[in-house]
Design a binder for this molecule. Structure first.
Ligand SMILES: Cc1cc2nc3c(=O)[nH]c(=O)nc-3n(C[C@H](O)[C@H](O)[C@H](O)COP(=O)(O)OP(=O)(O)OC[C@H]3O[C@@H](n4cnc5c(N)ncnc54)[C@H](O)[C@@H]3O)c2cc1C
Length: 377
């Protein structure tokens, strides 16, 4: 059986940054990724990359120039509208330099391309982890292969398999249902929707429901309908009939402007439900030799525009902890985890606050206040 120094589970943004920064410092790592290939999943979604975490991580990865080359210019504009499409708040890219937007697929690509050939092993779904003592772990994959790790990093996302080694705390459904929709070629095909969304992000939000939409590169508008619903609500939507499913989702927005409804019903791709989960408690875990977690595996929280940024910073900082371990890797990992978990606990509180601003009792005015304060800062 192969014995490896650093084995990373998951080629998401956290795992990729970790491998990249280790590589820059001459430490080899292997990433095991369940997806069969880089192209096997659509990598939709634009992410704003923040100066103090995501951009810092990319700088530590030596990829600032590559990052600058994939920025979607103009996409940082933000507006909040009411159900009639009237603008309540508009920020023309004031945040642009601090929070540039990139497509997640582009970001993953520049990270992938920065790794040596063979560093990512695709189609390797981890199915079991067994502690062997002395910090070593046996990793079993769905295709029958097994390896032994000296240091195992769970960068395997929301439903992490590696997390189960460290804690019984699981994920719980947050009560928040996102429904993802896309419009394509919007200037020609959906000009009213393009006008209401504008050049960047748009929030049309009220208590308990709303639509957040983002204009992405290549004339695409990517939207999330946000609803407070029990999980079994999904069973009431006929996803086998995309047109009917869109109408069912849009029924919640009776009386809203046609340009906003177009974001739900006008798309040429089926709607996709994304129930939002979070860790039941951001309680961390007792240290265990030879294994740690980063990103969503360590601190899954509701989306607030930070998760990908945090995962990248975790990856970069873990790499530097390993590089600087100076013969005492366990002490280095303990210090890394303490810092990461304190940061994540604070961000999780902020994430809950942002969800509340989006579809809590004060929507949209809480969100208007939030952006106005951010603009002034
Ligand atoms: C609807 C939605 C919108 C969001 N919007 C934003 C945003 O605008 N900005 C932002 O910063 N964050 C956003 N987030 C959060 C962000 O997507 C995550 O926090 C981020 O992707 C976490 O990165 P990660 O590397 O930890 O995990 P992931 O990106 O989830 O990567 C984990 C990887 O591990 C692989 N994997 C899982 N299990 C196994 C296994 N058993 N064996 C092998 N491989 C495995 C997966 O295939 C995946 O490639 C959003 C999240 C959601 C749900």
């Amino acid at each position: 059986m192969v014995m490896e120094a650093v084995s990373i589970i998951g080629a998401g943004l956290g795992g990729l940054v970790l491998a990249r920064v280790l590589h820059l410092h001459g430490i080899a790592a292997t990433i095991y990724e369940a997806e069969p290939s880089p192209e096997s999943r659509t990598q939709g979604g634009q992410l704003d990359i923040h100066e103090h975490n995501g951009q810092l991580a990319l700088e530590m990865a030596g990829l600032t120039a590559e990052f600058r080359a994939i920025i979607h210019e103009g996409a940082s504009a933000t507006r909040i509208v009411d159900r009639h499409g009237a603008v309540l708040f508009h920020d023309h890219e004031a945040e642009h330099e601090r929070r540039p937007e990139v497509l997640r697929g582009d970001l993953r690509r520049i990270l992938r391309e920065s790794l040596p050939e063979g560093a990512i092993r695709w189609g390797k779904k981890l199915t079991a982890v067994t502690a062997l003592g002395g910090g070593k772990h046996r990793l079993d994959f769905a295709d029958g292969e097994s390896v032994v790790s000296q240091l195992l990093v769970g960068a395997d996302g929301a439903f992490s398999k590696v997390r189960r080694l460290l804690t019984d705390v699981g994920v719980v459904y947050s009560g928040l249902m996102f429904i993802e929709t896309y419009l394509h070629d919007v200037d020609a095909m959906h000009p009213e929707a393009a006008a209401v969304v504008g050049a960047g992000g748009m929030f049309a939000i009220e208590p308990d429901h709303g639509i957040s939409a983002h204009r992405e590169a290549n004339g695409v508008i990517h939207s999330y309908v946000q609803l407070r619903r029990p999980l079994d609500w999904l069973g009431t939507i006929d996803f086998s009939d995309p047109v009917a499913a869109k109408k069912q989702v849009a029924a919640d927005f009776d009386g809203w402007a046609p340009a906003l409804l177009e974001l739900i019903t006008g798309g040429d791709t089926p709607v996709v439900a994304r129930p939002i989960y979070a860790l039941a408690a951001q309680a961390g875990w007792a240290r265990r030799d030879g294994v740690t977690l980063i990103g969503d595996a360590a601190h899954l929280m509701p989306p607030s525009g930070e998760g990908a940024n945090l995962a990248m910073l975790d990856g970069a900082e873990l790499a530097m902890a390993i590089v600087g371990a100076d013969g005492n890797i366990e002490a280095a990992l303990a210090a890394f985890e303490a810092k990461m978990l304190a940061r994540a606990a604070a961000e999780a509180v902020e994430a809950d606050r942002i969800v509340e601003l989006c579809i809590g009792a004060e929507a949209p005015f809480g969100m208007v206040r939030f952006f106005t304060e951010m603009q002034a800062a």
